[in-house]
Design a protein around this ligand. Sequence first.
Ligand SMILES: Cc1ncc(C[n+]2csc(CCOP(=O)(O)OP(=O)(O)O)c2C)c(N)n1
Length: 285
Amino acid sequence: MNKALTDAQHIEELRELARTARQLIVRTIHKAGAGHLGGPLSAVDILTALYFDIMNVDPDNPSWEDRDRFILSKGHSAIALYTILAMRGFFPVSELDTFDAIDSRLQGHPDMKLLPGVDMSTGSLGQGISAAVGMALGAKLQGRPFRVFCLIGDGESQEGQVWEAADIAAKYGLDNLVVIMDFNKLQQFGWGTGRRRASPIANPEERWAAFGWNVGVVNDGNDIAQLLAALHTPAAPGRPSIWIAHTVKGKGIHFMENDYVWHAKVPSLQELNDALVELGGKPCI
Ligand SMILES: Cc1ncc(C[n+]2csc(CCOP(=O)(O)OP(=O)(O)O)c2C)c(N)n1
């Protein structure tokens, strides 16, 4: 990213990238006939901010030892990660067309042994953040300068392993670890009418603070400017950080927003075209 651009131009460029990513995501899920949508759409602005501004990575050298690490602990949102990695130059954007095919490097959940740029295989909720803690601790022990970023879900936070990881990260003072919670207030199933579930997590700020973390809130976690302001905030010495990013599941496509039915639903051709037009793109023929 050209840092010489004014802030406003830079932010608008990133917003445009996120819009393009949303178009690619919805198109890919339609083409594959499978995959998750609501979670990827809520997370894509966070991934755009990380990969196009915050993180120190080199697509030409994806195994560079001192690169910043990213772990998609909510691994079911793989299509969002793949799309951003492709747009960032880790592999051709055209490869998104292979998503979820049996011999593809782009499986339904990220596989670090298949795809350059994927730092951890994830998908079993609750586990990714433990790997992030291990990587951050490893960096400290080896005196390496990189940071570790990890995206977790609010539904995922019902997993006890998340809180074991939280405890250990605080114990070892991992101020090189930055977790972001994609707080879209929905998980796989909904509540209201029909299948009732309790809200994924209440008061995450209080809980993380109780575990000794440095806690920040992003009021609109789908707003690039707010995300950049948060993620550029210097670390709190001796403490891991978490940003609770208030997001909207299905963000950007009005009939998918805040509707758990779109957690993993495939859009019809009509729905795809409606979505593409709403995102400023062209409909498919
Ligand atoms: C251990 C485990 N249990 C269940 C699942 C199935 N599963 C996939 S996504 C999901 C809901 C996750 O909700 P959340 O973390 O809030 O993700 P988001 O709403 O951002 O998609 C569940 C239960 C899983 N992947 N791993």
